[in-house]
Design a protein around this ligand. Structure first.
Ligand code: SF4
Length: 290
């Protein structure tokens, strides 16, 4: 677990919680679920039977991993809970709070939290704020002053409806950097209304959304991402000067020379230009401000 990640927009993953339950169309071929099933399959019959009976809400805590980032001395970008959703209803406020304490105490790292449940996240932050206003009340040893400068907060958005539901909540959450991950991209998404001018040097001076990630679905039965959806997101980001990161085509990519036809993509799909001459490498991933 952890120290290195294959996910191109981060360095490492930290999974103090694993397991989840599906909440929207983007979850249909959930990578976390597939991996979890594979691990359960490798773990023997008794475990398989137990976990099959708990399959719907197979959320598990891993307390032995809680302090893991404190032991990593070299600064890293860390994706929190790549195998779950930190704001799943089965993860208690107390646990979330405890994990925020770890993030606060590891300022050498940048933590990236991505959720499909921003309504729960907002409630958590509101409660945390309320506690700061109530003398004599202590929760997990005190309150956390938010936003933490080393914590980025993002929502997953697979289509326009998800954007309209989740982004307005994201914008109310105190965060040093707010990002939107459009992966798997299942339809055209227009983020214009939530993007504002961002300072070209710091990237995070005044924008409402500071970073956009896009990518197609991977794995068996993956649904195709139409190239014009990715291209239009990229163009909107360029127009608003919001950094854009093209993560991958996924299972399907445009056929070279025939941009409207999709073919199964090779493994190194990152090397394929985004249709009109702009390679994914022209959009470097967002870096923490020194
Ligand atoms: S919210 Fe994320 S981790 Fe949970 S089921 Fe959906 S895709 Fe999987």
């Amino acid at each position: 677990m952890g120290d290195k990640s294959k996910i191109a927009w981060t360095d490492a993953t930290w999974n103090p919680v694993t397991g989840c339950s599906k909440i929207s169309a983007g979850c249909t071929h959930c990578y976390a679920e597939r991996t979890d099933k594979r691990l359960r399959g490798a773990a023997g019959q008794a475990w398989r039977e137990w976990s099959a009976s708990n399959a719907k809400y197979n959320v598990r805590l891993h307390p032995e991993r809680f302090d893991q980032p404190l032991r990593w001395k070299k600064p890293r970008m860390i994706f929190v809970n790549s195998m779950s959703d930190l704001f799943h209803p089965q993860v208690s406020d107390w646990i979330i709070y405890r994990l925020f304490e770890v993030m606060r105490d590891a300022p050498q790292h940048t933590f990236q939290i991505l959720t499909k449940r921003p309504e729960r996240a907002l409630k958590f932050f509101e409660r945390n704020w309320a506690l700061t206003q109530t003398p004599g009340i202590s929760f997990g040893g005190g309150f956390i002053g938010l936003p933490l400068p080393n914590v980025w907060f993002g929502v997953s958005v697979e289509h326009q409806k998800a954007a309209e539901r989740r982004i307005p909540l994201l914008l109310q959450i105190p965060a040093a950097v707010r990002f939107v991950s459009c992966e798997p991209l299942l339809d055209n998404v227009n983020l214009d209304v939530w993007m504002q001018y961002t300072h070209p040097k710091t990237w995070i001076a005044s924008g409402l959304i500071h970073w956009v990630i896009a990518g197609g679905e991977s794995g068996p039965n993956a649904r195709p991402m139409r190239p014009d959806w990715a291209r239009s997101l990229r163009d909107d980001c360029l127009k608003s000067q919001v950094p854009f990161f093209f993560k991958q085509w996924g299972r399907w990519m445009p056929m070279p020379g025939e941009p409207d036809r999709l073919i199964a993509s090779p493994q190194n799909e990152h090397d394929i230009p985004l249709l009109d001459g702009k390679a994914w490498t022209e959009f470097p991933r967002l870096q923490p401000i020194a």
